[in-house]
Design a protein around this ligand. Structure first.
Ligand code: GLU
Length: 296
């Protein structure tokens, strides 16, 4: 049996809102119930948008919610070399290629047609720079054109399936009712994902799988909005020989229009609610109307 280790992993590019509070409270609660550990991880790879004041506000809000977490805290911006090493393992498998395309070039190539979209509703990258001749790659690099590194997903899935002895890729999930099962999944639904962005030599997907393994996370518990990303994470775990956690996905806290809350400074930010006089119990009660804080 693996030690039970849970984590809450916010990105400090805004103030925490009720949805974050739900995630943090559920993870801390499940960790306590399992007699396990609860870690906080700061996902600050977006160097342009991450701000120290938001990191400080995260600590403050979580303390106010009555949460305790282990020290030291892992901050992703301090481990960029580790993610670069993981990316070079993928490159050694022949799975990465540089992509110089800009967003507008990609949109133009996709056109207005109702093409296939990824699970987030964005047009799927049409493979523009896959198979670019080496001479052109060199020319563009020499000219200083910024590039991202993308995974050739068809190749990646093929290698992963070989490693699995031919069976389909799947992840372990505990559903909302508490039942455990394996979910067969299709990482190709995302097209060729970026593992190293133009501005930083990693991506959310790469950093998250490397850190979940490095920190021994046994249970990844996060909102259903990230469920669609789980197949990519599972694929990367197989390719990088990383341990496989169990996934759980909790309901989202929505605004009155039924939309998922985003980073917010307004009425749903914890800072805003606190300033308006809300107590921790008020927050827990409010959340209880949206999500199952006990999750079985
Ligand atoms: N850092 C991500 C976010 O704030 C969450 C990552 C995860 O739980 O896997 O949305």
């Amino acid at each position: 049996m693996r030690e039970a280790v849970f984590r809450f992993a916010p990105s400090p590019n805004g103030h925490l809102h009720l949805g974050h509070a739900a995630s943090a409270l559920i993870n801390a609660h499940l960790a306590q119930k399992a007699g396990g550990r609860f870690l906080l991880r700061i996902e600050d790879i977006d160097l342009g948008r991450s701000r120290e004041e938001f990191v400080a506000a995260i600590f403050d809000d979580l303390r106010w919610l009555g949460l305790h977490w282990e020290q030291p805290i892992l901050r992703q911006s301090e481990h960029l070399d580790t993610y670069a090493k993981a990316a070079s393992r993928l490159a050694d498998l022949g799975l990465l290629y540089p992509c110089f395309a800009t967003r507008s070039e990609i949109n133009e190539a996709v056109g207005d047609a109702d093409g296939v979209r990824d699970p987030d509703g964005a047009p799927i990258y049409p493979g523009l720079h896959r198979g670019m001749p080496e001479s052109e790659v060199c020319r563009r690099k020499a000219a200083g054109e910024p590039f991202a590194m993308r995974v050739d997903m068809a190749k990646a899935v093929e290698i992963a399936r070989k490693r699995l002895g031919g069976v389909q890729i799947s992840f372990q999930e505990i559903d909302r009712g508490g039942a455990a099962g394996r979910i067969v999944c299709d990482p190709m639904a995302w097209g060729d994902v970026v593992v190293q962005r133009k501005d930083v030599a990693t991506s959310y997907h790469l950093s998250v799988v490397v850190d979940d393994d490095r920190q021994g996370i046994s249970h990844v518990v996060r909102g259903t909005d990230l469920r669609a990303a789980t197949p990519i994470h599972r694929l990367l775990q197989i390719l990088l020989d990383l341990r496989e956690p169990v996934y759980r996905h909790h309901g989202l806290v929505c605004d009155s229009g039924g939309r998922k809350l985003s980073k917010s400074e307004g009425a749903t930010s914890l800072q805003g609610l606190r300033a308006a006089g809300a107590t921790r119990d008020d927050i827990v009660q409010l959340l209880g109307r949206h999500v199952d804080l006990e999750m079985g």
